[in-house]
Design a protein around this ligand. Structure first.
Ligand code: C5P
Length: 237
C-alpha cells in the first residue's frame, strides 16, 4: 500500500454511510475509508463486511488499549474482518503492542497494518502533567511513544502533518505517518486547530491523510475527493 487519501466516515448509521458511498459508485478509484467507534458500535462488524464487499479498503479506528492477552485476542477477531489498517494506544506498552501484532497475523501470513496513537491531540501539556503525571515536554513524549511503537514492530503512527517529518527523521522513512487535520485552503477549519493542505501534507512526507468534513460535508463530495487525491497523491509523484 502506498500514499493515499483516507476518507473519515464519521457517520452514525449504516444508512448514512451507504448513502454517502452511493455517490462514489461510478468512481474508478474506490475511496479508502476510516470507520470509527461511533459507526462500529452502532452497527457492529457487519458494517465492515458490507463496506469490504463494495470493494473499499478500511482503516478501523478503534484504538485498542487493554492487557496484552485481551488485545491479542481482540485483534485476531478484527483481522478476520479483513480490514486493512487497525490501531491501538502506544500507552498500552511494548508488550501490548507486540501481542496485538501476534493476534493480527492471519493463517496465510498476511495481516492488517498496525498503527499507534501516541498522544491524542486533545491531550495538552497541562493535562499530560496534571492528569497523567507525565512531566516531559509533549513533543518528546510523542516521539518516545513513536519509537516504542517501532521497537514493538508496528508499521507507523497517527500524527499531525506538522509532526510527520520529525517522526520520519526519528523512526525512519518507511515508518508510516497517518495524518488527520487536513483542510483545503478555502475550506472550513471547524474544530481542528493545526491544519495543513493536502499538497503541503504531501510535500512534508505524510504517507496517508485522513480527511473527513472537507469531503463528507462538501456540496459535491466526489469532486472534493478527486481534488484531494490530485493534490495529495499526484503532488508527490
Ligand atoms: O472532519 P475532519 O477532517 O476534521 O476529520 C478528521 C478525522 O480524523 C476524524 O475522524 C477525527 O476523529 C480523526 N482524528 C483527528 N485528530 C487526531 C486523531 C484522529 O482529527 N489526532
Amino acid at each position: 500500500m502506498g500514499k493515499d487519501v483516507i476518507v473519515a466516515c464519521d457517520f452514525s448509521s449504516k444508512k448514512q454511510v451507504l448513502d454517502f458511498l452511493e455517490l462514489f459508485e461510478q468512481e474508478e478509484r474506490k475511496p479508502f475509508l476510516k470507520i470509527g467507534m461511533e459507526l462500529y458500535y452502532a452497527e457492529g462488524p457487519e458494517i465492515v463486511r458490507e463496506i469490504k464487499r463494495r470493494g473499499h479498503r478500511i482503516f478501523l479506528d478503534l484504538k485498542l488499549h487493554d492487557i496484552p492477552n485481551t488485545v491479542r485476542k481482540s485483534m485476531a477477531v478484527l483481522s478476520r474482518l479483513d480490514v486493512d489498517i487497525v490501531n491501538l494506544h502506544a500507552a498500552g506498552t511494548v508488550n501490548m503492542m507486540k501481542a496485538a501484532l501476534e493476534g493480527l497475523l492471519r493463517e496465510d501470513g498476511t495481516r492488517p497494518l498496525l498503527i499507534a496513537v501516541t498522544q491524542l491531540t486533545s491531550t495538552d501539556q497541562k493535562s499530560l502533567e496534571e492528569d497523567l503525571m507525565i512531566h516531559e515536554p509533549i513533543d518528546k513524549v510523542v516521539m518516545h511513544y513513536a519509537l516504542k511503537a517501532k521497537e514493538a514492530g508496528l508499521d507507523g503512527v497517527v500524527c499531525s502533518p506538522l509532526e510527520a517529518k520529525k517522526v520520519h527523521d526519528t523512526c525512519g522513512a518507511d515508518f508510516l505517518t497517518i495524518t488527520p487535520g487536513v483542510r483545503f485552503k478555502d475550506s472550513d477549519v471547524g474544530d481542528q486547530k493545526r491544519v495543513m493542505t493536502p499538497k503541503a501534507a504531501s510535500e512534508i512526507g505524510s504517507d496517508y491523510i485522513v480527511v473527513g468534513r472537507p469531503i463528507t460535508a462538501a456540496p459535491d463530495p466526489v469532486a472534493a475527493y478527486r481534488r484531494c487525491c490530485e493534490d495529495f497523491i499526484n503532488e508527490g509523484v
